[in-house]
Design a protein around this ligand. Structure first.
Ligand code: ADP
Length: 237
């Protein structure tokens, strides 16, 4: 599923973030940046020990990472060139600033990507695993913030949400459809009108290849069709 927002693509794919060939993937990390379970564990396992070394150096330099903030390391052995580590909020019922912190995690990650010239960004679904954020709510916050960023700030070519389970994928699809409905399909009356308008005689007579506009033409039964009026013509008329 895909939408164009500003000059960028916003896409949803079901899959494993460690296999994405993008400039940067975004990890749902914890403040200590020490790896762990979930997507964090999968990224460290697939990317190798160099990532953890870089994470330790960051924590030694600036302390643990507050929720809503983001830092960058290389991608180690991953197909992605870089990893952005961001910390989402732990769900505590929704009235403890969780939506703002979650939006901040996406926003700060995108700003960091842009500041490094990274154009294709693949996100995991931040906070919707061990941190317990209800995925239907998280999907709306995520897509709203990503769309706002692409419209108002920009600087990336693709934001790809990589959703691990079919349930998470469904929740994001539904949220995207609500936020940016698919372009309307042609409905029957519209379709019939388009077919009809392709076969009507044009008011200026051009449909019959006339050199000069004519005042009227004659239908099959000799019925006059005045200029400015329309009629369906059959073959040979
Ligand atoms: P958090 O602690 O922020 O909730 P988790 O790692 O527990 O982070 O879960 C975040 C999301 O990442 C969940 O939707 C989970 O299903 C998903 N996830 C787990 N492994 C992967 C993976 N290899 N690729 C993409 N997403 C994954």
């Amino acid at each position: 599923m895909e939408r164009v927002v500003g000059k960028a693509r916003l896409t949803l794919v079901q899959g494993d973030i460690t296999r994405q060939k993008v400039d940067v993937i975004v990890n749902a990390a914890n403040p200590g940046l020490m790896g762990g379970g979930g997507v964090d564990g999968a990224i460290h396992a697939a990317g190798g020990p160099a990532i953890l070394e870089e994470c330790k150096a960051i924590v030694a330099r600036q302390g643990s990472l507050p929720a809503g903030q983001a830092v960058l390391t290389t991608g180690g052995r991953l197909p992605a060139r870089y990893i952005i580590h961001t910390v989402g909020p732990v769900w505590r019922g929704g009235d403890q600033g969780e939506p703002e912190t979650l939006a901040s995690a996406y926003r700060e990650s995108l700003r960091l990507a842009v500041s490094r010239g990274l154009k294709t960004v693949a996100f995991s679904s931040i906070s919707t695993g061990v941190y317990g954020y209800p995925v239907e709510l998280a999907a709306r916050v995520c897509l709203q913030e990503a769309a706002r960023f692409l419209r108002e700030e920009g600087g990336v070519e693709e934001v790809r949400m990589v959703l691990f389970s079919s349930g998470t994928m469904r929740a994001f699809q539904q949220a995207l459809e609500e936020l940016m409905p698919s372009p309307q399909r042609w409905e029957a009356p519209t379709f019939v009108w388009h077919v009809v308008s392709l076969t009507i005689v044009s008011p200026t007579g051009e449909a019959r290849g006339d050199e000069a506009p004519r005042k009227s033409v004659r239908g099959r039964a000799g019925r006059r069709i005045d200029r400015g009026r329309c009629a369906i013509l059959r073959n040979g008329t």
